[in-house]
Design a binder for this molecule. Structure first.
Ligand SMILES: Nc1nc2c(ncn2[C@@H]2O[C@H](COP(=O)(O)OP(=O)(O)O[C@H]3O[C@H](CO)[C@@H](O)[C@H](O)[C@@H]3O)[C@@H](O)[C@H]2O)c(=O)[nH]1
Length: 380
């Protein structure tokens, strides 16, 4: 691996899957060989202070742009070029290929020898729009390698690329820290705190946005409760959809059976997975395919915790589940189908244990960060 400039809008403290992906990878590279050029999390004092506090704890150099969104403008390109030269970097990793990967030719002219750009769900969405397809094609031509999460995103994105660029694609999915997420993660304490000790719990961990399908889970609960009295849906995470979800739960008369924790601190997250008997996030594709799941780190975190998983069929989410082995894939936006799978799992402790153990093994074999970081190092 050469010294690498990571260029990204998606870096903590901003929350989310791409951010977690990049940070986890960056932490596994030699810190003396990494320089991150990222946007600032939020405008205003709170955003700037939280960003500075986060950066001060990192073992590698983080340089922030003053804006909250890097775009491939002449100013940003010039800054990236001068960082590349100043720090003696010979490789570049674009944390999300679109749109920042458009800066690749300028960085190449400035001396970058290896340029890697990672694709996620949103690039698969881009691949559906004619103008955006042209830009993706340019990004493919300007970079050495576009990485992809799984077969769904690969096939969509490859259709927009030249044959040569498509042939250079390499799979680089996010992983899971199997030591942080494990079956003895202290879920009992969370249950006790929430008064759920003896109740069957379906847990969903995610940002609260419509695509993730927390609304489908709420709509599924009356059918679940008819078969499994006392069951509870524990919705973990924060986001713009919260008020709507709370109203929806109240309109079904489910204020006891649907609990919201709000966002939880990273250290508390494993115990929140551990509070569930089953993990469910029946995600669905929206906006004609533009708002689509790339993979779903949460399914892998749940499997690492030893929980069976009920996933939606949006985009690449099925790549994060072995259907029928680590859990089930259901149609997104289908409350009855979702409820039936939840009931089957809540009623059958042996099935839960079997699927949970298979999921844990699958994570250990296939989704460990360490294995994936080796792959990235080889590309850089
Ligand atoms: N600390 C904390 N973390 C949370 C919370 N809610 C969610 N998270 C974390 O945020 C991450 C969410 O990742 P994903 O499930 O992958 O979803 P995403 O944010 O929509 O990410 C997008 O990009 C990923 C990487 O390409 C894709 O895997 C995903 O499908 C999607 O397209 C997970 O690590 C999850 O544990 C919370 O309240 N607190």
């Amino acid at each position: 691996m050469h010294k690498t400039l990571i260029v990204t809008n998606d870096f903590p403290p901003r929350p989310g899957g791409i951010q977690a992906f990049l940070h986890s990878m960056a932490l596994r590279l030699d810190p003396s060989q990494v320089v991150v050029y990222a946007s600032t999390w939020k405008r205003g004092r709170e955003g700037v202070e939280a960003t500075a506090a986060f950066d001060a704890e990192q073992p590698f150099t983080v340089v922030r742009d003053r804006t909250t969104m890097l775009l491939p403008t002449p100013r940003v390109t010039k800054r990236a070029v001068s960082l590349l030269r100043e720090h003696g970097c010979r490789s570049v990793w674009f944390g999300a290929a679109a749109p920042l990967g458009l800066m690749a030719p300028a960085l190449r002219r400035a001396g970058a020898e290896r340029i890697v750009a990672t694709t996620h769900g949103h690039e698969a969405g881009w691949a559906q729009l004619p103008a955006a397809r042209t830009l993706l094609r340019r990004i493919g031509e300007g970079t050495d390698t576009l990485t992809y999460l799984g077969e769904y995103t690969r096939s969509r994105i490859a259709s927009a690329l030249t044959r040569q660029a498509a042939a250079r694609m390499v799979q680089l999915p996010p992983g899971v820290d199997e030591k942080t997420f494990h079956p003895d993660s202290g879920g009992g304490a969370v249950r006790a705190r929430l008064g759920l000790t003896d109740r069957p719990v379906v847990v969903c961990v995610s940002r609260l946005v419509p695509r993730k399908g927390q609304d489908t889970l709420i709509d599924a609960m009356p059918r679940v409760l008819a078969a499994v009295p006392g069951a509870v849906l524990l919705i973990v995470g924060g986001g713009p959809h919260r008020a709507d979800l709370e109203k929806r739960a109240a309109s079904h008369g489910l204020t006891d059976a649907v609990r919201f924790t709000g966002p939880v601190a990273w250290e508390e997250l494993p115990a929140h997975y551990g509070a569930g008997d089953v993990f469910a996030m029946p995600c669905r594709t929206r906006r004609g395919g533009l708002d689509v799941e790339g993979l779903g780190i949460v399914y892998l975190e749940a499997s690492a915790t030893g929980l069976p998983v009920v996933a939606g069929d949006s985009g690449g989410a099925p790549d994060a589940v072995l259907d029928g082995e680590t859990g089930w894939v259901v149609r997104g936006g289908a409350p009855e189908e979702t409820a039936d799978r939840l009931v089957e799992l809540l009623r059958d402790p042996q099935l839960r244990a079997r699927m949970g153990a298979r999921g844990r093994r699958w994570v250990e074999e296939r989704w460990r960060w360490d294995l994936l970081a080796d792959k990235l190092r080889a590309l850089l």
